[in-house]
Design a protein around this ligand. Sequence first.
Ligand SMILES: Nc1ncnc2c1ncn2[C@@H]1O[C@H](COP(=O)(O)OP(=O)(O)OP(=O)(O)O)[C@@H](O)[C@H]1O
Ligand SMILES: Cc1ncc(COP(=O)(O)O)c(N)n1
Length: 269
Amino acid sequence: MRQYPTGLTIAGTDSGGGAGMMADLKTIQTLKTFATAVVMGITAQNTKDVQRIETVSAAMVNAQFAAVATDFAIRAVKTGALFDADHVRLAVQNLAKYHFPVVIVDPVMVAKGGSHLLDDEGITVLKQELLPVADAVTPNLPEAELLAGQTITTPVDILNAAKKIQQLGVENVVIKGGHGTDPVVSDYVKLADGTDYWLESPRVNTNRTHGTGDTLSAAMVAYVAHGHSINQAIRLAHDYLAQIIPHPLPLGHGHGPVNHGLWEEHDEI
Ligand SMILES: Nc1ncnc2c1ncn2[C@@H]1O[C@H](COP(=O)(O)OP(=O)(O)OP(=O)(O)O)[C@@H](O)[C@H]1O
Ligand SMILES: Cc1ncc(COP(=O)(O)O)c(N)n1
């Protein structure tokens, strides 16, 4: 029987199915990994916008962590939308309690439709308390600006921002380039050992990129769960995105979803 390692997503739901925890679950399953989940908040959302958010009580968050952590051998974890400072702190407390081997933080702040998914105090607590216990962080360009406290307009700005983000206490940084405008999308990677590189792919001319950032960090969880290093997981997750983004599903009337399940079957991942 095929071995399914287990991953965990700590995030918010998307009723529209394309982003947030739903993107995580579909990605992690597609990449032959079993997905467990701690729901931090619920969004009423579609491809156009986020219409309502309700966060989950502290007692229920803690109960979900206890339930999954005491039953599964979780090999890698990601955080997604955490909504406010209290929920960032709940994530930090539970990560400290259960010692998951690898923690990847996707610092989700604003949805593609413009809604805020993390308040200002939440951003401060994420920088001060969550990043120092993370192994990797995957901001998009606007998130990297907020984490680094600088504007980003040139490639040199990206290099400097990554350095400043590392100084917040997280060793591996991936700055995603989807929000740029160049014909080539460039993600910048700076690793714990000081090495760095760019991952490039042709920009697909589409607005069907709902949840692509969630998908990248979820794919990293799956690859790490399968035993890959963080460096290898970043490269493999990027390849997975490059493979699915050109073939989105024609669904919804706004930022449509990618087809998470469109991935060549590999025996080994
Ligand atoms: N139009 C595109 N063409 C090719 N690759 C893209 C495109 N848009 C995004 N990507 C890739 O998808 C990944 C996610 O990048 P992006 O900057 O969109 O993240 P994000 O803003 O966090 O996404 P989201 O908030 O929608 O989850 C990156 O690896 C990036 O290179
Ligand atoms: C619950 C949740 N988490 C994350 C995103 C980010 O995805 P996008 O930037 O594509 O809207 C989202 N829209 N909703």
